[in-house]
Design a protein around this ligand. Structure first.
Ligand code: CDP
Length: 793
């Protein structure tokens, strides 16, 4: 309650947005260990599913013998791909319109692929029985190097696809090739660099899993599932299983981090559902850490050639890139249909250019399928990394300060809305103040002086800058859908007679604090204190349809829906108030939580009075029904375009080549800020992600296709020891089309921080003539860069 707030956490009931540090409504549950995650779900008679996975990357399946597993006393069912074929469930659609096998029937195409599953009385018996399944594989050559995948001699991975003769998935281009070529041909300076964004993994604390409960009598399926998009998942299950949506209930309870990795539907979910259908009992499937790292959606894996053209005095004229995209064995990219490379088209960054062009080729390899939008809006992380790295390469060649070069090229405030050369319309931005604020917080000039002194002493200190613009809030229905589902979001608001309210969302929090911030948005619009507004999400039976939470879309889309549904209720409340106060609607003014008669402020009714009248005795104005509730489906006009300026300071130990992030300053602009404390938390998380990707994380494979990052001993993620005390700041440039001016922020820091860190490391290595080095900048890679060893191919 309000009284329990510690000092500094004021009561902001009448100014719910953007002020103070309102505590999170969900935290009492989490800090007392009362969160309710999928693995906490226990149903009477529940069985357990475990999945047998391929030990090899590419092989034909000769035979599968399940007899010993079936004889295990605790085993209730053993299911193979052949059995699923009979049910028409051996293959399922991916979010990008490819097909992926649920259980391999013909071949295995990556190490860790699902081959069979066991349903048993307990988790241990299920795992033990996997050992009893005998699979004979006929090994095939694996295709591991994406650069070899299109070689005519490369084995064809997807021979399941009719007539497929190669490993090509798609070509995609954006921008104007000829115009860009003309600018490059006449530019004073052209700089090119090969830049790799390695394969990484979202690695959420909670792995993927579900509990499937199929009621054979009523043909009803209830699925507790680690899903970032319960409604979209329900529709896909309905299509695949041929069940009507109202017979399927998807419940996403508390989710222990998603970061894009819980957007796809994985074979394990389908296996658990089939297991429940076959046994008639509820079936739980929870992956272990290694299964999560090796088989669920990876991210990135782009090999990019970046080129930038400029004048000698640092006016950037054009950028161009050629990308080879490794999608693994099945194209499991999560992106709107029209955007096979997600929002990579925003690779022109925050700069006013004359021309831009991108060409991309996507290919299959014998690796786990993906790539998910790991804490980013569909490939924006790759785009931001490319432009912010190549701009630094240009600064290196021009011997210019990287801040000065960026400032000279920023899109100017009067150019917004700004149409980029690849067709995106940035809604609003004012970049220079954000950059200046970061410089001021960092003490940039002083840092450069210190660096000069240290360099003179042979010490390796680096200062890295990045400036990003993101495109978040997918998206306008005319442009964006996923498998035919438009990206609009529903929202319902019901005010009870006593003036308490419940708002029902289609989005799904995975730790972002929606139960708090959506209550704040509604409170701001309707004057009911946030504590009196209950936020319901994550259950398709309880909430309206919408596409879920990823790509920082919750605030831009559902946040707008929440504000507008509250306004709709307020409009009705105004009419009821006019009846109660016996004045015309035009004579009323709204002052936080009450309608007052203009010129007679003593005469007023609160929203709570109105709620009681709406449900109570007495007449309502002509044509007004009882009750106080509304529903909308919000279709965003445009994406929102948050921006930010990040400055990183690193020290490198010249003896061990170990990088230490000494300081990190992040100034974010996400338009109107709803909950500053939550924003800060989101930014801290994203910056930590950035340290991981820049310095530690990579899902690597050996030449046979064995995944080398299958545990957290090999796939290193940052801890408190590797990160500094984050220094954050903000500016506010509202979105002109969002009802409260808010832009997304959940992923900004994951997107913006890797280039700042890499730029800092490369800056530290300047005395060695290093212009670029690829992530992750582990000690061995930094050591090699210092000694001029060529980068890994
Ligand atoms: O879609 P997702 O929730 O991951 O990302 P988001 O919409 O950027 O929001 C992340 C969290 O930050 C939510 O709790 C938002 O309400 C909050 N937020 C905020 O307080 N102010 C903003 N301008 C944007 C987000």
């Amino acid at each position: 309650t309000t009284d329990e707030r510690p000092a500094g956490f004021e009561n902001n009931d009448h100014k719910p947005i953007g002020h103070g540090r309102m505590l999170r409504k969900e935290d009492p549950r989490f800090i007392r260990g009362k969160g309710n995650y999928v693995d906490d779900v226990q149903l009477p008679g529940m069985l357990h599913c475990a999945i047998l996975r391929s030990p090899v990357a590419h092989a034909r399946i000769v035979s599968i013998d399940t007899s010993a597993a079936e004889a295990h006393p605790k085993v209730k069912a053993v299911v193979t791909g052949a059995a699923l074929t009979g049910l028409g469930l051996a293959w399922m659609p991916t979010l990008s319109g490819d097909v992926q096998s649920v259980l391999a029937t013909d071949k295995v195409r990556f190490q860790g692929q699902e081959v069979a599953f066991v349903v048993a009385e307990d988790r241990y018996a299920a795992r033990d029985a996997l050992e009893l399944i005998d699979v004979e594989y006929d090994l095939l050559d694996p295709v591991i190097d994406v650069r070899m995948a299109l070689d005519p001699s490369a084995p064809v991975i997807r021979d399941d696809l009719d007539g497929k003769q190669n490993n090509h998935i798609f070509d995609w281009e954006t921008g104007d090739e000829a115009a860009t070529e003309a600018v490059f041909a006449s530019a004073d300076v052209v700089v090119s660099e090969d830049i790799v964004y390695p394969r990484v993994h979202p690695a959420p604390m909670e792995t993927c899993g579900c509990v499937a409960d199929y009621d054979r009598i009523d043909s009803r399926l209830t699925l507790w599932s680690t899903s970032q998009a319960p409604h979209a998942h329900r529709t896909l299950y309905a299509i695949v299983a041929g069940l009507p949506e109202h017979k399927i209930r998807v419940i996403s309870p508390d989710i222990g981090g998603g970061f894009g990795g819980k957007v796809p539907i994985y074979p394990g979910y389908v296996c658990a559902i089939v297991g429940s259908i076959v046994t008639g009992k509820p079936v739980k499937w929870m992956e272990d850490r290694s299964e999560n790292l090796t088989s669920t959606g990876f991210a990135r894996d782009y090999i990019m050639r970046g080129e930038i053209a400029a004048t000698r005095d640092g006016k950037i004229l054009a950028v161009r890139t050629n990308v080879l995209a490794d999608h693994g064995a099945f194209n499991g990219v999560a992106a709107p249909v029209k955007y096979p490379a997600g929002f990579f088209g925003v690779f022109t960054g925050s700069y006013d250019l004359q021309a831009a062009y991108c060409k991309m080729t996507a290919v299959y390899t014998n690796k786990a399928p993906g790539g998910v939008a790991y804490a980013c809006s569909f490939r924006i992380t790759e785009a931001v990394y490319l432009i912010e790295r190549i701009v630094d390469c240009l600064a290196y060649e021009l011997e210019m300060d990287p801040v000065e070069l960026r400032m000279r090229n920023f899109i100017q405030p009067d150019q917004f809305p700004y149409r980029t050369k690849t067709g995106w319309v940035y809604d609003s931005g004012d970049y220079e103040p954000t950059m200046r604020k970061a410089l001021e917080l960092a003490g940039y000039d002083e840092l450069r002086r210190e660096q000069a002194e240290r360099r003179a002493r042979g010490e390796l200190m680096g200062i890295g800058v990045s400036f990003f613009t993101e495109a978040v809030g997918a998206g306008p229905r005319k442009d964006m859908d996923i498998l035919g589902l438009g990206m609009a979001d529903g929202c319902e608001l019901r005010v009870h007679p006593t003036g308490k309210a419940v708002v029902r969302l289609s989005v799904q929090s995975q730790g972002q604090g929606h139960e708090t911030t959506f209550a704040q948005i509604v409170a701001e619009e309707i004057g009911i204190p946030p504590a009196d507004i209950d936020v319901v999400h994550g259950d398709t039976d309880q909430t309206p349809f919408g596409l879920g939470t990823y790509g920082s879309r919750s605030t831009p889309v559902s946040g707008a829906a929440a504000a507008l549904v509250a306004r709709k209720v307020r409009d009705k409340a105004r009419i009821i108030a006019s009846g109660m106060l016996e004045v015309s609607v035009a004579d009323l003014e709204w002052v936080k939580g009450a309608f007052h008669v203009k010129g007679d402020p003593g005469k007023s009714v609160t929203i709570q009075d109105i709620a009681m009248r709406a449900h109570g005795a007495g007449d309502l104005p002509e044509g007004i029904e009882g009750g106080l509730e509304a529903q909308i489906c919000y279709n965003p006009e445009n994406l929102t375009y948050p921006h930010g300026a990040y400055i990183c300071v690193v020290d490198i130990d010249p003896g061990t080549a170990q990088v230490k992030v000494r300081r990190f300053v992040a100034v974010d602009d996400c338009g109107t800020r709803i909950n500053p404390m939550i924003i800060e938390g989101q930014v801290h998380r994203g910056l930590t992600d950035g340290v991981g990707m820049a310095l530690m994380e990579m899902i690597a494979f050996d030449e046979d296709g064995n995944c080398l990052g299958g545990s957290l001993m090999d796939y290193l993620i940052p801890t408190a020891l590797e990160v500094p005390d984050w220094e954050t700041g903000f500016t506010v440039t509202p979105s002109p089309h969002h009802p409260i001016g808010a832009k997304g922020v959940g992923e900004s820091a994951t997107v913006g921080s890797p280039p700042a860190i890499v730029n800092a490391v490369v800056d530290a290595l300047k005395p060695f003539g290093v212009r670029h080095a690829d992530m992750p900048l582990t000690p061995s890679r930094v050591w090699d860069a210092m000694r001029g060893v060529p980068r890994p191919p």
